[in-house]
Ligand binder design. Structure first.
Ligand SMILES: C[S@@+](CC[C@H](N)C(=O)[O-])C[C@H]1O[C@@H](n2cnc3c(N)ncnc32)[C@H](O)[C@@H]1O
Length: 363
């Protein structure tokens, strides 16, 4: 899978649908070919793995995502905070707290015989004690981001989910039996003036400043031509992380005990809109067209997974309408092969359903 001579820097994060961990080497390779690229916007940074990799390669990275948990992760890895020794002392204090039965245990903890909960109760009791204490400790905002990242990684290591919080497993996962333990996040050295972290709508982030390159990885649709693309709904899938970050004990609903504000009727992002407009165009694709047009960058590297063929054709049309397609990379996870395509139309006829595309676009 990894292109020759590209050693991707180490990154770490939670399990995240749509994480581009596996294609980081291709992303790096495409960007490294370009001269005069120093400032990079990661407009939909999600797990922040791409932003972490680029920051370690000395680009000046701006990581943006409208999800609060992504903002916490990005601040932990891309912005300076106290040294590891200071953070380790805080984590040690938190690891030694007496577990308590609190709000998280009531809603997300399951007894050993009581499954379909995301965590075993012994671990939500630890979470209850730790999360309350983090607010009491009065940490600097940056240290709090590092400690909350450590808490997310620790919870992610003992969950009983398939990688999101929209439904839970009928049988406890093997890892859910482990004890929740806070560890030091694997940070790398960062200068104070190197990176920026934003928690904005992508249209704001991509237009308020200018960048040499913008990496854009919007939520994308299913592989089925006949169905409307069923987009990953990030706020609905990852509501739990928002609650861990805010510790706001929100009103919950449904079997998965989701936050009220993660209900499907509140479409949190135009890129997750699956309907077509009155002209038969997918609304999400039209939003992407607007984004390609308005993004203030010399280059755009656009990630896209193989949607239905109709979506692919529309995507092809908007890229050509708004900018110059320089290069296309198709990465097939199934066949473990990569095609590098300069012809503008060849990628549309690609039949493989599990293809990740990278479109390098010059504005
Ligand atoms: C496909 S994921 C990005 C994955 C990321 N590249 C990674 O490697 O983990 C899409 C992300 O877009 C974010 N998002 C959706 N709509 C957005 C918007 N309008 N503005 C900013 N971020 C948005 C979601 O929260 C989600 O994290």
């Amino acid at each position: 899978m990894i292109p020759k001579n590209v050693q991707p820097p180490q990154t770490e994060s939670i399990k995240y649908a749509g994480s581009k961990l596996k294609i980081i080497p291709y992303i790096i390779k495409e960007i490294a070919k370009l001269k005069n690229v120093r400032t990079i916007l990661d407009g939909f940074s999600g797990s922040t793995r791409v932003a972490q990799a680029l920051a370690q390669l000395d680009y000046n990275v701006t990581a943006n995502d409208n999800a609060i948990w992504s903002n916490t992760l990005a601040n932990c890895y891309l912005r300076p905070a106290s040294d590891d020794k200071t953070i380790a002392e805080i984590l040690d204090h938190l690891n030694n707290l007496k577990p308590v039965d609190g709000w998280f245990s009531k809603h997300y903890g399951g007894m050993p015989e009581d499954t379909k909960k995301p965590f075993q109760i012994k671990n939500t009791r630890r979470l209850d004690a730790i999360r309350e204490e983090i607010d009491v400790l009065n940490l600097t905002p940056q240290d709090k981001n590092v400690v909350l990242t450590s808490l997310m990684l620790a919870l992610d290591a003992v969950d009983s989910t398939i990688g999101h919080f929209a439904a839970y497993l009928a049988k406890w996962s093997p890892r859910s039996y482990r004890d929740l333990t806070l560890k030091l996040p694997k940070r790398f050295p960062v200068r104070n003036d190197a990176n920026t972290v934003l928690n904005q709508d992508v249209f704001q982030a991509a237009t308020a400043d200018s960048y040499d390159l913008a990496y854009l990885d919007p939520p994308y649709g299913s592989n089925n031509d006949k169905m409307p693309p069923s987009r990953i709904r990030y706020q609905a899938y990852y509501h739990f992380w928002k609650t861990v970050i805010l510790n706001d004990k929100p009103k919950l609903f449904g079997k998965a005990t989701r936050r009220e504000d993660s209900r499907d009727l509140n479409a949190p992002s135009v890129f997750e809109e699956y309907r077509k407009d009155e002209n038969g165009q997918f609304i999400a694709i039209q939003a992407l067209r607007k984004l390609l047009k308005e993004t203030n960058a010399n280059y755009i590297l656009l990630s896209y997974s193989s949607g239905g063929r109709a979506t692919q054709r529309q995507l092809h049309d908007i890229i050509h309408a708004e900018a110059k397609l320089v290069h296309t990379v198709a990465i097939s996870h199934k066949h473990n092969v990569m095609a590098s395509m300069n012809s503008t139309k060849s990628w549309i006829s690609h039949q493989d359903k599990l293809v990740e595309y990278l479109f390098l676009i010059e504005k």
